[in-house]
Design a protein around this ligand. Structure first.
Ligand code: PLP
Length: 421
């Protein structure tokens, strides 16, 4: 397309970088999601809420590191935590550290958990939460939902990801479909857990209805399966996470992303009786290791961010800003093939062949990738860095005028292409 041709002409350094990168990395990258055709943009640096590519273009960072980048690229509180940790604490002490207990206690209190453990990623958090559920129940099967994403090997976009290690252990239900969920949960023998997001993130920022989540929780409890809520992306949607908005009381919750202050992070926690399967004072405890689980940088930066920056008041204000933004986008796209979904400051754009509607699950979205690509190229030209699949995660310092300008850009896009959208 013309938009793609302009993209190629404007980004010779990124193109060159890609040609070099494919020599060392399959496809030139080390996070499949970040691959874009004809080549990915290579970012050189970030400052505050902006990123700058190798060819010198400046973008508002709407990728927000897939919700992990809530503090932006140069927050003074995070900087201070990192520098003082490096100067006065050191990198890794190979021991338990006070900061680990502090961060654990703060997250425990915010999200109403009895017990918690840290990992290096959300994927690991999923792995360990599942292992705990399996040990606790002595069962193996897990109910998940199409479109669900709980880490690369725990991806259920259109069925079980082929790199999944337990291909036979999954039972898939349809998201936002109470009957399907009940059948999957109550009709499976030997069920260890139900694993679900309160809003499917990678699936396209598709919020669950409260009735659906309450029904899933009720069915899980009825059959004695561990109800695991994946809040890796959604914990930032309210001071107590999405579970506090939806009125859920999961047995276990998984976390990740921004809670490490911008560093690699994951955590899982919940009921003390379930978490005790990891208590090393017990003879038959499950092993939970990980060289960097309590690394000093993550523990200090994560704690500083959550205690000093993302206070409950700031969280509420921030997500309210996101809700207003989303409302404006919904209004301006009404009656077109374009549709914005999401909650608070986490959202996604969709273009559907059938015309936009209230999107409730990926199975019902007939995504028009040509339009989505066109939108992506043209928003880059307007200075907005969005994931190619269309997700947007706001960061704290996002200027209001940039949000207003984006709404105008979307309006202009729809006007310009009105014969096809
Ligand atoms: N769960 C959800 C809902 C996620 O969105 C992600 C990552 O995007 C993960 C789990 C995996 O986290 P990580 O990428 O840190 O392994």
């Amino acid at each position: 397309s013309a938009a793609q041709a302009r993209f190629e002409a404007a980004n010779p350094k990124s193109q060159k970088q890609h040609e070099v990168a494919v020599k060392s990395l399959p496809g030139g990258n080390t996070r499949s999601l970040l691959h874009t055709s004809p080549f990915p943009l290579s970012m050189k640096c970030g400052k505050g809420p902006y990123v700058f590519d190798e060819d010198g273009h400046k973008y508002l960072d709407f990728v927000g590191e897939l919700t992990a980048g809530i503090y932006g690229h140069s927050h003074p509180v995070i900087r201070e935590a990192i520098v003082s940790t490096f100067d006065h604490v050191g990198l890794n002490l190979g021991s338990t550290i006070v900061q680990e207990e502090r961060h654990a206690a703060l997250i425990r209190q915010r999200f109403n958990l009895e017990s918690i453990r840290f990992t290096n990623s959300g994927t690991e958090a999923t792995m360990h939460a599942l292992a705990a559920a399996r040990r606790f129940t002595s069962h193996r099967k897990v109910v998940v939902f199409n479109g669900g994403y709980h880490g690369a090997v725990f991806s259920f976009g259109s069925g079980v990801a082929p790199n999944n290690v337990d291909l036979d252990d999954w039972v898939l239900g349809k998201y936002n479909d109470i009957t399907s969920a009940r059948n999957a949960i109550e009709g499976t023998r030997g069920l260890a857990a139900v694993l679900v997001e309160g809003m499917q993130g990678a699936g396209g920022c598709i919020p669950a209805t409260q009735e659906f989540m309450l029904a899933v929780q009720e069915s899980a409890k009825k059959v004695g399966a561990v109800f695991i809520l994946d809040e890796v992306m959604t914990s930032r949607l309210a001071p107590g996470g999405l579970q506090s908005i939806l009125g859920l009381k999961p047995d276990m919750t998984t976390f990740g992303k921004y809670l490490g202050g911008g560093f690699a992070f994951g955590a899982f926690g919940g009921r003390a009786d379930i978490m005790s399967v990891y208590d090393p004072r017990n003879k038959d405890a499950l092993a939970h290791s990980g060289t960097f689980n309590n690394n000093t940088m993550t523990m200090h930066a994560g704690y500083a961010g959550l205690s000093k920056v993302l206070t409950p008041e700031v969280n509420v204000e921030f997500n309210a800003m996101g809700d207003v933004f989303l409302e404006k986008l919904k209004r301006i796209t009404k009656g077109t093939k374009c549709c914005f979904t999401g909650r608070g400051a986490v959202l996604a754009v969709h273009f559907t062949h059938q015309g936009a509607q209230d999107i409730r699950c990926v199975e019902e979205v007939d995504e028009d990738w040509d339009l989505k690509d066109l939108f992506w190229f043209e928003m880059l030209e307007e200075g907005y860095w969005i994931t190619r699949r269309g997700s947007i995660a706001l960061i704290l310092e996002t200027p209001q005028e940039e949000l207003d300008r984006f709404v105008d850009c979307v309006g202009a896009f729809l006007e310009k292409h009105r014969s096809i959208v």
